[in-house]
Design a protein around this ligand. Sequence first.
Ligand code: V47
Length: 434
Amino acid sequence: MTGDCFALLAMTGVPALAITQCIIYISVFFNSSSKTFTENLASSNHELSDIAAKVLSSERISVEDGTRLITTPYLIELGQMANYARQRKAYEVAKRQGLSVAEAEQRSQTVWWNTNLHLNPTNVCIGTCDFCSFARRPGEEGAYTMSIAEAVDRVHIARSEGATEVHIVGGLNPKTLIQYYSELIEAIKREVPGIHVKAFTAVEIEFFSQFARKDDGSKMNYAEIFSALMAAGLDSMPGGGAEIFSRAVRDEMCPDKIPAETWVEIHRVAHSLGLRTNATMLAGIGEEPHERVEHMDVLRRAQDSSGGFQTFIPLVCHYEGNDLLARGVKPLTGVDQLRNIAVSRLMLDNFDNIKAYWIQLGEKLAQIALSFGANDLDGTVKAERITYAAGAQKRSLTEDTLINIIKGARLIPRERDTLYNPIESSPYRVLAAV
Ligand code: V47
């Protein structure tokens, strides 16, 4: 409707200001429509009315509420509540940042997108995660490790194509430790100035710490590892490696992986040093739905205490190159995936952003996710390998495609940097105003 309205007005020669006002007017309409739906739900005798009342009054929903929602047959009701929560959160964030009411209204209809490169310098990994199709044992066919020059070259090319962020994660490779990565980040910062380096899962940080030694031979703790990487140029940290926090699922799928407490502790240390980080959840690895809600609860409590998470990314397992389906794991349905997005928006009331990661959702479901609580579409991505190895259809989208996905959802696309600042100079920002 927004896009149609704009096209109509543009054809009739209506000035840009009037068009912008029209968009704001329609945005307010959409705002109030999910709000009204939630209000009606709250005052009805529907079985989700008590949760709708909590959502309306910004009362935190409980783990029990989340557990009811994660399998609810009432998808539209869930989606409307999450959509309202998304709009309200964006409005609140904008007001917190000192923006005007009109700008805050516009933000409540905005979806962020970003131009980034996923760089996976090595797939050599001594970890044993059953769902991972990307990793290779040392010496195995297909194993690779990039030289620093090759990795920097890729970042250089991505930057020349507009990337503002490089997202670096790799396998647990005893040959690529803190020294290799410090050199890599330093070289990136030197040769590709201005690019944001978002790198290393908590699992990698823990792995580095097993080997890293100070001059006196003693072990480096997490803070010291981060400080060394920050000195090299690390800017923030992605959210991978969380999988599902449930001990039972981890014992079955990735018994060697750091436990939930260590994952959370490493992020807490990062936050204490001023690094912003993200958080993920990998669903479809044999967990029960309630374990997804408990995972979100762990993150919500962690965010209450350290406050440094920017974004939550609900991931979806892919099954090519692993044996999960043969072992009886049930894949997520499209409805499950939307429920995960919507419930995360409602449970994670202290996260500003919920990301729709199109590589895993697919472009179409990612677009629908934007009406189910997601406010961020990641990203151009360029050369993703982890999900691609497990059967993802594409590994890159153009800026125009991302913008069109968002506009097709009748929302306003806006390019962001890694820290969720709008990119004012982007040529796509002009398009986004359309
Ligand atoms: O940590 C592993 C997961 C993650 C499979 O922080 C799989 O901004 C699907 O963490 N099928 C990497 N997923 C991706 C990731 C991420 C992505 C986008 C943005 C951000 C961010 C983080 O992918 C891994 C693991 O949890 N994964 N195997 C698989 N077969």
